[in-house]
Design a protein around this ligand. Sequence first.
Ligand SMILES: NC(=O)c1ccc[n+]([C@@H]2O[C@H](COP(=O)([O-])OP(=O)(O)OC[C@H]3O[C@@H](n4cnc5c(N)ncnc54)[C@H](OP(=O)(O)O)[C@@H]3O)[C@@H](O)[C@H]2O)c1
Length: 350
Amino acid sequence: MEVMSDRLRCAVLGATGLVGQRFCQLLSGHPMFEEPDLYGSERSENERLRDRLKLADRPVSGDLLEKEIKRLDTDVVIREHYDAVFSALPTEVAGQVESRLRNGGVTVFTNASPHRMDPDVPLVVPEVNPEHLRLASNRGSIIANGNCSTIGLVLTLAPLVRFGIERVSVVTMQALSGAGYPGVPSLDALSNIVPYIKNEEEKLRAEPRKMLGRLKSGAIEPWDVEVSPFCTRVPVREGHFEVVEVTFREEQDLPEIVSSMEGFRGLPQEKRLPTAPERPIIVRNEPDRPQPVLDVDAGSPDRARGMAVTVGRLSYGGRRLRYSLLVHNTIRGAAGAAVLLAETYFSGGF
Ligand SMILES: NC(=O)c1ccc[n+]([C@@H]2O[C@H](COP(=O)([O-])OP(=O)(O)OC[C@H]3O[C@@H](n4cnc5c(N)ncnc54)[C@H](OP(=O)(O)O)[C@@H]3O)[C@@H](O)[C@H]2O)c1
């Protein structure tokens, strides 16, 4: 996509956090969006993005690095009439702030969980269920990403749905960055596995049913399949690893399943959106892939690095498919997902 002559005005809420900084990287030099205004809590007021940077793996323009962070005030955000507001606020703050903004006419693309299951909030992976965006109103809307583990899972389930799924079980090994900054205390994380993440399994159980559900007469009819999750935190910096078992209603053919995963494309690929990976699912045949260190940044072109989900160890027997997957939790699982969602929303056709 070429640089648009009238780029859209936007802001990032929670710009100093891990997801917020990813937004800054992804919106820097973006062809559809102007560089964002930045908002944080009173702790960051008047600091510059440069002073707060924790990530150095993608460039951020000099202008954005010098931008001052403003203290979040919803009235100010409403008065700015941004085309898009990206929210990377913590759960406990996001619920109220996002409702106020929506009521003030703002279109909010959120990573936070409080509104994900609201009936009037589209919960979307752009390749999977872009038609759910029809639930959004142009007089103010909250448009949500899924949970970071859910996004990886749903993206790989989408091409399998047509084979007739009976049930899904998933074990996650989630990166430390999934808990934000500073996140899990180092003494709990190092040389350890934390066998429980509060509220995570509830999200993995509920969100796929909404995302893979059907939009009918202005409401989502949930996907009628049980997802059984078990979530853990592991000492990996970035990249959620998941082991998935899918039981089909009838026997299937593994090569057909593999080719439908590899060939999976959606509206963002059709429209060649800037943050859309050419191949949303990359299937690896080597038995030792994917690995966070090697595969977390999978995806091309350059703007879509980290947007592809890598699948490996595919095996099949007795109506059961098993595979592992790796999803970049702060890119495809968070900021990149929201940016691609906004690109999809503003380019229409869903
Ligand atoms: N990390 C992930 O992999 C991931 C994936 C998917 C979804 N999410 C969701 O994305 C959101 C952000 O996560 P994160 O990992 O980036 O968290 P984080 O690193 O803890 O960052 C939180 C951000 O929110 C700001 N903030 C906190 N309280 C505020 C307030 N009262 N008013 C305005 N700003 C406030 C912080 O600003 P200050 O610096 O000023 O305190 C900081 O910029 C969360 O809802 C999380 O559940 C995260």
